[in-house]
Design a protein around this ligand. Structure first.
Ligand code: ASP
Ligand code: MG
Length: 469
């Protein structure tokens, strides 16, 4: 059993869908396969704009739905012989009519809950999977279309729903049709009470990994439009290249740190069952891509990638009254957590005089207010200094198992940046030693990533090239 997931650009139009069909035929079909698809690229964003417009009493959501219709109908016309189009066109129209009714409700009531947002967003994958399934039938790929909501059970955190693995795995094992090829929409799920939920933006990867784990698949393949995970973001670093092999843990670190090719929660379900994950490019299928397993072949580099998160705000709480006082960190994190703010980075100096945390820029002000309120009394008596906010920063991290217990990596990192006058505002290394993260000014981030990439990757391969010459 193989599970394959194709992202939005892989189903973006008729040509891309034909490309997937070609990829599938290359496999030893008919071995059992589950194929999970995203919405056509851009569609989820269009659905978000539908509900945003509707709740603001802006009737132009009708136009967006019209564009959705055109997009899917165009694909149908190019993929499916004329005399077979009627059923699938009818189905697409029906789905869009339902969508229009829900949006109309939002428009009339000026009410929009997370549950309704999830329902509206679910139409992207419902539409794409329906079109792909019929298209495949006309490509000699007979298949069974399922609705992932009948298999994936979640809590009622509608937009970022948490999967109940026990119930979900049981349903998948019990209900999954014994078809050679099953087509399933990604992203969508259902709460225990039967309401539509979704697994978070980018969540189709996660859907695929749930199927793979439940079915104990031989492998999960995630197909996108890039050649796997890169040593750095190719938009920032020209010399970035695809990484051949990674461990689950390295991939998780890189995924969290800005490499958008993989939705971070995807890896966890694979680890327990030791299911290998391959990242492949639909439009360059002969490229090997990236293979992610528990124990990858040892590479030549102790670090695997340099990653970067931009638009970060740093908040520092400092003061002499913090030393030796238990509970300060707890109060700090609680105040921020109460505002639902996600923290990317934490460091505390061992003198205990300051704790620094990082979050998305747009949440900086809110965090500042919450902390100023929480520590108002301590600030008044000068135990704690006024809370300090520094916006427009970036977190740059180097990631790799090879750093473990290898001295000198942090030293190299700091000396390279130092010799190019890049100021490091904060440093964090987890005790796992798999990641060293630093915070620099946003304006310095691209330069920092390039310098680190050059020194950890390029320098090495150039040296090797010289040695071989
Ligand atoms: N269509 C959803 C999104 O754009 C899920 C996915 O593509 O993974 O976020
Ligand atoms: Mg994705």
């Amino acid at each position: 059993m193989l599970v394959l997931k194709f992202g939005g650009t892989s189903v973006a139009n008729a040509q891309a869908i034909l490309q997937i069909a070609a990829v599938l035929k290359e496999k030893a079909y008919p071995q059992n396969m589950v194929v999970v698809v995203s919405a056509m690229s851009g569609v989820t964003d269009m659905l978000v704009s539908c509900y945003q417009k509707a709740v603001q009493h802006d009737a132009s959501y009708h136009e967006v739905i019209q564009q959705l219709e055109t997009k899917h109908m165009e694909a149908i016309e190019q993929l499916i012989p004329h005399s077979y189009q009627i059923d699938i066109k009818g189905k697409v129209k029906l789905l869009l009519r339902e969508l229009e009714d829900i949006c109309q409700g939002v428009f009339l009531l000026d009410e929009l809950s997370d549950g309704i947002k999830a329902r509206i967003m679910s139409y992207g994958e419902l539409l794409s999977s329906s079109v792909v399934s019929v298209a495949f039938k006309h490509q000699d790929l007979p298949n069974t279309l399922i609705d992932s909501r009948d298999y994936i059970v979640t809590d009622n955190n509608y937009l970022n729903a948490k999967v109940d693995q026990k119930k979900t795995f049981a349903l998948i094992k019990e209900r999954m049709a014994d078809a050679a090829l099953t087509i399933a929409p990604g992203f969508i799920s259902r709460t225990e009470t039967g309401k539509t939920s979704v697994l978070g933006r980018g969540g189709s990867d996660y859907t695929a990994s749930i199927y793979a784990a439940a079915l104990n698949a031989e492998r999960l393949e995630i197909w996108s439009d890039v050649d796997g995970m890169y040593t750095a973001d190719p938009r920032k670093v020209k010399a970035a290249r695809s990484i051949k092999e990674l461990s689950y843990k390295e991939a998780m670190e890189l995924a969290y740190f800005g490499a958008k090719v993989l939705y971070p929660p995807t890896i966890a379900p694979l680890v327990a069952a030791q299911i290998p994950l391959m990242l492949k490019n639909t439009f360059n299928p002969s490229h090997k891509g990236t293979l992610i397993t528990a124990s990858p072949a040892a590479g030549q580099n102790s670090i695997k990638g340099v990653s970067c998160i931009d638009n970060i705000a740093l908040i520092t709480l400092s003061g002499s009254g913090m030393v030796g006082v238990p509970g300060i960190a707890m109060r700090m994190f609680k105040a921020v957590a109460t505002q639902n703010i996600n923290i990317y980075f934490i460091t505390q100096s061992s003198s205990e005089q300051s704790i620094t945390i990082a979050m998305a820029d747009q949440e900086g002000q809110l965090a500042l207010q919450a902390l100023t309120k929480e520590f108002a009394q301590d600030i008044e008596i000068y135990d704690v200094d006024p809370v300090n906010l520094e916006p427009h920063m970036s977190i740059v991290a180097i990631v790799g198992n090879g750093m473990i217990q290898q001295p000198g990596i942090a030293g190299t990192m700091f000396s390279i940046l130092g010799s190019h006058s890049i100021n490091i505002r904060a440093i964090a290394q987890g005790a796992t030693e798999r990641n060293i993260s630093i915070v620099v000014r946003g304006d310095d981030a691209v330069k920092a990533v390039n310098l680190l990439h050059d020194s950890f990757f390029l320098a090495k391969s150039e040296k090797q090239a010289e040695a071989m010459a």
